[in-house]
Design a binder for this molecule. Sequence first.
Ligand SMILES: Nc1ncnc2c1ncn2[C@@H]1O[C@H](COP(=O)(O)OP(=O)(O)OP(=O)(O)O)[C@@H](O)[C@H]1O
Length: 307
Amino acid sequence: MTVLSCSGLRRRFGDVLAVDDVSFTITEGETYGLLGPNGAGKTTTISMITGVLSPDAGEVLVAGEPMSIHAIAAKRLVGYVPQELALYPDLTGRENLRFFASLYGAPKSRVDHVLDVVGLADRAGDLAREYSGGMKRRLNVAIGLLHEPRLLVLDEPTAGVDPQSRNQIMDNVRALAADGMAILYTTHYMEEAERLCDRVGVIDSGRLIAEGTRRELVERLGERDRISLLLDGDVTHAAAVLGSIRNVHGVAAHGQGLELVVDDARETLPQVLSAISADGVVVRSAEVTEPNLETVFLHLTGKALRE
Ligand SMILES: Nc1ncnc2c1ncn2[C@@H]1O[C@H](COP(=O)(O)OP(=O)(O)OP(=O)(O)O)[C@@H](O)[C@H]1O
């Protein structure tokens, strides 16, 4: 079921067209990564999705409810973890959550639950000002979860946080998605997007220029997976044997090395290794190269994600 539907979103600030005709959807249990260089329009898009900013054109629906600055029903369905931390440093973690729970009309019983979810139960009585940056971010995630949203929007939740908190946040996202929450995630860390996101949308200069799974995007650009082998034995014969495997589309020999162009390197590698050993050739090393989102991103935007 579609939880978030954005269609034709547009927003201008003076001369800058910050978001230009952006449309995408996120379904139940899906994690969607919005990737783009600085100033691409990610935060402006998120602000329209969360009802913080009005679009000049286009529409946002959350589980069928129209979102706007004054929307009540749609806002109840969205949890938002902004880039800027929003919490009270002079209250404890638990007091912060109690405050936001009463603001959102969430039951008090949710407070202990969300503290558990983000791994802050044992520090709930400490003042938020004493938390590390990563713990503050996790408290912000907990606040976003208080009212049991259908859609969780995370704007660079791991920027500048310690590895422990980063892992905790990523584990939380995985578990929440597995429970059926729809998740919109922006990040500058490509490997995070690869690990977490079912699909990504690449946004540049306000426009959504590509969308799909890693594999779809990579294939659209004509990039292929590769397997590089270093062998002991008859390389020419091995090349002929490997060339007949269904998923292998090209074999090039360099001395004792073979470079294979394949469909799905992880799936194909075991077939390649067993075909070679059946041929009596010894594999000294095998390396898999999968074109990643960074490659896709560079192709599409001409920019690295973290410029
Ligand atoms: N309130 C505003 N007033 C004027 N211009 C704005 C405003 N908010 C955003 N912009 C401009 O709109 C464009 C998109 O900005 P936005 O913050 O959405 O990008 P972003 O992709 O979130 O960038 P970052 O990764 O740096 O957060 C930029 O050119 C930015 O300068």
